[in-house]
Design a protein around this ligand. Structure first.
Ligand code: LLP
Length: 383
């Protein structure tokens, strides 16, 4: 990373302590803008679940981006950030009737993920009902992140689609959108070409205005565009729901080394409770030394472990951060903008970390660190 980035991150750690998440809003907006430039007229709906930092949502809303939300709370967060309903897409395999009805009445595009959800939406009344399909496409990714395979719980099966379209037609309606989300952390653009071909073919049969290709792509954008464009040249018909590709490389988790076990463990003040991805998906994140700490015994490949009482609480393996990454060293864990802060937990009595944002070269706090009072506020039993 360049010197000014390094200086900003060091400043943030000094002001608000560690563990601390820092998101560069300008970098995230540039990533979102790249989607918009590549797909003129398309709805670029940022997947809120990747990182619901309030300053990030506000900035993306101000810049005119849309939001993909799951559940009533994310819907409220998008609305609070200033998103207009015509730019909100609602998904959710477990969405309840009341939530679906509220989202529909509010004007969002609401995707039915089952025939039963479709019935609930039809009962709820007017509004834009989309169909989220199970496209039976298995993209290469971690099994926890593959959502497009036939056996997954997501979406209306292809052989149920005629019935779904029939139920809409009986109500005098047509699907506002046909879409699918085939999974996450997919580096190969090929499956998105297959999805585009499938959806374009289906949409042609039933008078569908929009085609929603979901999120999930984690490779270079031009390869995605090359895969999709032959099947859907009219980009203004498209909805995309990128999360990771907008925020992953715009965020860092800052942590300090607290203890060193000479048998190979650097123990950090962040762990699986702040960044669960290495433990949950075997994800690898780059680690960089920002500020030196005490000296380290030489010649070892270090494991960066967290403070949690679980042997699997590991952030990174085989690290060589040089001879000064001992106690007190400040580290930046990269590619942490997506599904980092969003998946933080209170396990082991951990208070969720503070979040800061960089905008126009300045860094400021966007969410303060959780406190013991926050944690006990819901308790119905005294002390
Ligand atoms: N649309 C829908 C319907 C989704 O379920 C998701 C992510 C997205 C869009 C955005 O996908 P993205 O572009 O961010 O890959 N916790 C996991 C990721 C789970 C993704 C869930 N759905 C991780 O840490 O890798």
């Amino acid at each position: 990373m360049d010197e000014s980035r390094r200086a900003t991150l060091i400043e943030a750690a000094g002001r608000w302590g560690t563990p601390l998440y820092v998101t560069d809003l300008d970098a995230a907006v540039a990533n979102a803008q790249a989607w918009r430039d590549a797909l003129p007229g398309a709805l670029v709906a940022y997947a809120v679940k990747a990182n619901p930092d309030p300053a990030l949502l506000r900035r993306l809303a101000d810049e005119g981006f849309g939001f993909e939300v799951v559940g009533p709370v994310e819907l409220s967060l998008a609305r609070r950030a200033g998103a207009t309903s015509d730019r909100i897409v609602v998904n959710g395999v477990g969405a309840g009737d009341a939530h679906l009805a509220d989202a529909l009445a509010g004007g969002a595009l609401v995707n039915a993920e089952s025939l039963s959800a479709l019935d609930a939406l039809l009962l709820a009344g007017k509004g834009r009902i989309g169909l989220r399909l199970n496209p039976s496409i298995a993209a290469a990714t971690h099994p926890h992140l593959a959502t497009g395979a036939a056996a997954s719980k997501f979406g209306i099966a292809l052989d149920e689609l005629p019935e779904a379209v029939h139920r809409l037609a009986r109500a005098g309606r047509a699907p506002a959108s046909l879409g699918a989300h085939i999974g996450s952390d997919i580096h190969d653009a090929g499956p998105f070409g297959g999805l585009a071909e499938l959806l374009a073919g289906l949409a042609a049969k039933s008078d569908v205005a929009q085609i929603d290709l979901g999120g999930g792509y984690a490779g270079p954008l031009d390869a995605w565009v090359d895969a999709v464009a032959p099947h859907i040249p009219e980009t203004e018909r498209l909805v995309v729901e990128p999360g990771r590709s907008i925020v992953a490389d715009a965020g860092w988790l800052l942590t300090r080394v607290v203890r060193v076990q000479a048998r190979g463990h650097l123990i950090a003040d962040a762990g699986m409770t702040e960044l669960v991805r290495p433990m949950l998906y075997g994800a690898t994140h780059p680690v960089e030394l920002l500020e030196p700490g005490a000296g380290l015994p030489r010649g070892e490949a270090w494991t960066l472990s967290g403070p949690i009482c679980e042997a699997g609480d590991i952030l990174a393996r085989n690290l060589d951060l040089g001879p000064t990454a001992g106690e007190g060293a400040l580290l930046a864990i990269g590619q942490a903008g997506a599904y980092g802060a969003a998946m933080a937990s209170n396990y082991n009595g951990r208070l969720r970390p503070a979040q800061a944002v960089i905008e126009g070269g300045e860094v400021r706090l966007s969410r303060r660190r959780e406190t013991l009072e926050d944690l006990t506020a819901r308790d119905l039993t005294e002390g």
